[in-house]
Write a protein that binds this ligand. Sequence first.
Ligand code: PMP
Length: 398
Amino acid sequence: MNPRDLSLPEWALSERARKLTSSAIREILKITERPDVISFAGGLPSPATFPNERIAQAAQRLLTADPNGALQYSATEGYMPLREWVAERYSTGGVEIRPSQVLITTGSQQALDLLGKTLIDAGSKVLVETPTYLGALQSFSLYAPTYVQVPTDHAGLIPEGLTPELTRDARLLYAQPNFQNPTGRRLPLERREQLAALAREGAFPVIEDDPYGALDYRGTPLPTLLSFAPEHIVHLGTFSKVLAPGLRLGYLIAPENLHFKLVQAKQATDLHTPSFTQRIAYDVIKDGFLDEHIPSIRTLYREQCDAMHDALAKHMPEGVTWNRPEGGMFLWVDLPERVDSMELLEASIAEGVAFVPGAPFYANEARMNTLRLSFVTVPPAKIDEGIARLAALIRARI
Ligand code: PMP
């Protein structure tokens, strides 16, 4: 049935619901699910990395050994062995993270919603990178904040740009220091220290969203913001990029005085993250599986990233620039000023190639001549073909 069918009764929608809009881009990108489209749009991890067999074995084992534990309601905070695993993994370099700081969430996307619920009132000032993760903007926007875009450059957020005037009374700063979605940028060590120092001084609390930290191609991770200022940072992690996104398993690490409010908010939202998936994930990872699995994901994605970089260098006309990420799933392209990537997308879909235009990643003023490319889902031969078609369309516009 058509949901806009006029013969249906009118619902008295909340003000919040009335403000909700479907993202125009997501609508357009539905077309890209067609198998004939070469899509650099979706942020979909490569299915080649999903540990299907291990997940099947774990599910079978749990259902045989402890069906009640796997299928019964459970604690809002999450499955204790999994919380302990998270706490232990983050307790490095002299920092101690307690299991009581960990909350298992239904994907890190839910953590964003819970943070919106607990920290944002209508009109609250929220600081975001320029550009930033579209899904965080969607989550926070339900609570009607006023966004302030923080200045960034090729290396990410510029701490000097966080002046007292800009940050006064901010409820939070949302940041992705590792291989940011959408730009693939990684924040250098010195800037991390500066940012953590500002958080410690009480300038503003920081949400550190880190889905891509493990996908560091060179295996040279930089310290998390959490490790510099554990009492002032909420750190978000996920199993989506290292196990499988369909499990919908993420976690947050927060100081206890905020953690208990987030637990209350989660209880009101969905009682708890599924007992079954939490136990499956724990069963799969408890004996060190991720330490052997993650390097294989890194190798695959590094090769894919190289293939996209080579294709861009081969086909793109002068005036188009892009970065070479050292990890993650995305890179960011700057087109000549006069090319509008929204218009380009329409032409590009007609040619069987998709990407995400840059505009929706900006909280306020957008740069229309930008776009995001994901290099992890399409195999290298198709990457070359897709980039060649895109380049021809861009060339025709400059
Ligand atoms: N944060 C960022 C920056 C992301 O890119 C994503 C996934 N696209 C998420 C959060 C949500 O991930 P999940 O809910 O699967 O953990």
